[in-house]
Write a new protein. Structure first.
Length: 186
């Protein structure tokens, strides 16, 4: 059944195709597979690959993670002045990421920010770098850095959420794309 909704380019389940399939069958759509937000599979939109331009901030997130996608939408709503290019790391060629000392493997574990100066921030520090550009979030970031215990707690909380993000995405009903397990070649 799922073969009809796979994107042939990447092997992801395209939510738009999945929704159409369930609508056609007049079945109830499972909220664990898809949240109520209409969404096209990121892999369907990934034909254009970005090159990192100097003098531009980039926030790179995991496009195949539901909670990451929801956080990226939150970030886009806050970024009214368009100071950041908010894109899934899968849209940037790995060779481009390697120029900045990061890789797909690192980006798959943590959110990354590449500043306009070329500095790379990862995890909680990337979140802080992004939030410090926006009021009132910059006050919260200042408080986190003024009290080292808050920074430690933030780093621990980020690590916990990052480690359990797939489970949390399913539990909360967030799904950007659902990755099917690869069939073993025997």
């Amino acid at each position: 059944m799922l073969q009809n909704v796979l994107d042939p380019k990447c092997g992801f389940v395209c939510r738009a195709k999945l929704m159409q399939r369930f609508t056609e069958a007049r079945a109830v759509f499972c909220p664990i597979i898809c949240c109520a937000v209409p969404y096209k599979c990121l892999s369907c939109e990934m034909e254009t690959q970005y090159l990192i331009k100097p003098q531009q901030n980039y926030l790179l997130f995991d496009g195949a993670c539901g909670i990451c996608y929801a956080c990226a939408q939150f970030a886009q709503r806050r970024d009214r002045r368009r100071q950041f290019q908010i894109v899934p790391y899968q849209q940037i060629p790995e060779t481009e990421l390697l120029r900045y000392g990061t890789s797909y493997a690192k980006c798959s574990r943590r959110v990354h920010v590449i500043s306009r100066q070329g500095k790379v921030y990862a995890g909680a520090f990337a979140v802080n770098y992004f939030l410090r550009h926006y009021f009132p979030w910059n006050l919260l970031v200042a408080a986190v850095y003024l009290v080292p215990l808050f920074l430690l707690l933030e780093m621990l909380l980020y690590a916990l959420v990052a480690h359990q993000r797939r489970r949390l995405s399913q539990w909360l009903g967030f799904t950007a794309c659902v990755m099917l397990p690869q069939k073993s070649q025997a």
